[in-house]
Write a protein that binds this ligand. Structure first.
Ligand code: AMP
Length: 419
């Protein structure tokens, strides 16, 4: 086949069936977990004023390097959203709903990254946020719901990593200490980390480069910088997770990519992916983000979980698999097609799933389509059946014999045959 002139852009994909059904089911499972805990859906636009995302912080790669931004026809500088939290905070400032505002969201994000396994330029996330409460139990609830979601998918090897970045002032003192430590060891850091250091000392802790590991191991620890309030908050989160029986590992290098995080940060690591790509999802507290978008001082915490990497983890663990799509019946009509038109409509109206062949093709050609359709049975209407007011039911998934039954009994028959 010749290469088509137009194909998806790098890092962007068509998701076809049955994978598309799995994507939808993924969001449905997430919605079930979130709504059962009182979270309600927010749907925000894919496109926002560039400024909404710039408030995330210029030192963040997704803002400084990876944004799909452009001027629209009205000269407005807009961007395709690289993440959901900033949009949700913008929506909070715009609508001022009562707090705590507990919301979930889902959809595509856009980042101009180098495409690779588990990393795309358009990718989907599900997201949970609570605005307006500083209770450590909110942190625990959010983290526990993510945990429960992975359980609901059937994943058992996910690990929860936990850290606290303290109050903004604790974080600032810590960053200053880190900077002077890394500066004094600058020559031993990888060239990439030296560049990171110039922009954001905290992010050097993110480096997975082998050569940086020993320098990072000797760096100052955030735990020594916590104010009493920050320490108490973090203890509250840990006690809550322990009370719920959720195992976690404290990882004090877990700073996450975004500059707005305060206090609790966390990540769900897949048990099966390479280390560079094993973050299935993560989040944290972002007190201060709502203010930077023009709203009142408002606490916030949330997470985003990536669909792609979570599905790779599902494949690796053999859970939440893509099921071939099923139909109750496929109608084969060799009398002209009108019977197929009416019968499929009747079956669908009765709550059964039904498809049919078109173009009045031969019995053999129609049966070939029926075999491919995933239907449990073919319903055959030939001239004999038409005369007798009957249909022939031919099983497609096993060798049970076919039978001819009165057409008036077909709906009951198919309903009883459902697994
Ligand atoms: P972040 O919004 O960067 O905290 O990412 C949260 C989750 O979204 C990650 O753990 C990944 O599962 C997923 N994710 C982030 N960037 C990408 C990407 N470029 N392609 C696919 N998934 C991504």
């Amino acid at each position: 086949m010749a290469v088509p002139e137009f194909q998806t852009s790098p890092g962007m994909r068509d998701i076809l069936a049955p994978e598309s059904a799995r994507w939808r089911a993924f969001v449905e499972v997430f919605a079930g977990v979130a709504e059962s805990a009182g979270y309600r859906q927010v749907m925000s636009p894919l496109l926002e004023d560039l400024g909404v995302f710039q408030r995330i912080g210029d030192a963040t790669d997704i803002v400084s390097k990876e944004m799909y931004d452009f001027a629209d026809k009205g000269g407005r500088h807009v961007a395709l959203r690289p993440e959901l939290t900033a949009s949700i905070c913008r929506a909070f400032v715009q609508h001022r709903p009562p707090t705590p505002w507990k919301v979930w969201s889902a959809g595509s994000q856009f980042r101009y990254e180098r495409p690779q396994r588990g990393r795309f330029r358009q990718f989907d996330q599900v997201d949970l946020e609570v605005l307006g409460s500083n209770d450590p139990h909110v942190d625990v609830e959010i983290i526990a719901l993510g945990w429960e979601f992975y359980r609901a998918l059937g994943l058992t090897q996910v690990k929860l990593l936990l850290n606290s970045l303290g109050e903004p002032e604790d974080r600032a003192r810590y960053v200053a200490a880190l900077r002077s430590y890394f500066e004094s060891n600058r020559d031993s850091l990888s060239p990439e980390s030296q560049i990171t250091l110039d922009k954001n000392a905290l992010r050097v802790l993110d480096s997975k480069r082998h050569g940086d590991a020993s320098i990072i191991a000797g760096a100052p620890r955030i735990v020594d910088f916590y104010s009493p309030d920050a320490a108490a908050h973090f203890e509250g989160v840990q006690a809550g997770l322990t009370a719920l029986g959720i195992p976690f590992t404290i990882d004090d290098t877990l700073v996450r990519g975004l500059d707005y995080y305060r206090h609790t940060t966390f990540e769900y690591a897949g048990g099966t992916l390479d280390s560079a790509q094993n973050a299935l999802g993560g989040g944290g507290r972002y007190d201060g983000l709502v203010e930077s978008l023009g709203g009142p001082a408002t606490h916030g915490i949330g997470f985003a979980l990536g669909l792609d990497r979570t599905l790779i983890a599902c494949d690796d663990e053999g859970v939440f698999t893509a099921e071939p799509l099923a139909l109750d019946a496929f109608v084969v009509d060799t009398t002209g097609g009108l019977e197929a038109l009416q019968l499929t409509a009747e079956l669908r109206a009765a709550g059964l799933s039904a498809d049919r062949a078109y173009e009045n093709r031969s019995m053999k050609a129609q049966m070939k389509v029926a075999d491919r359709s995933g239907a449990a049975v073919a319903i055959i209407i030939g001239s004999n059946e038409l005369e007798e007011g009957a249909v022939t039911v031919r099983p497609l998934r096993n060798n049970d014999g076919q039978q001819t039954i009165a057409r008036s009994t077909l709906i009951d028959y198919l309903k009883k045959a459902r697994p």
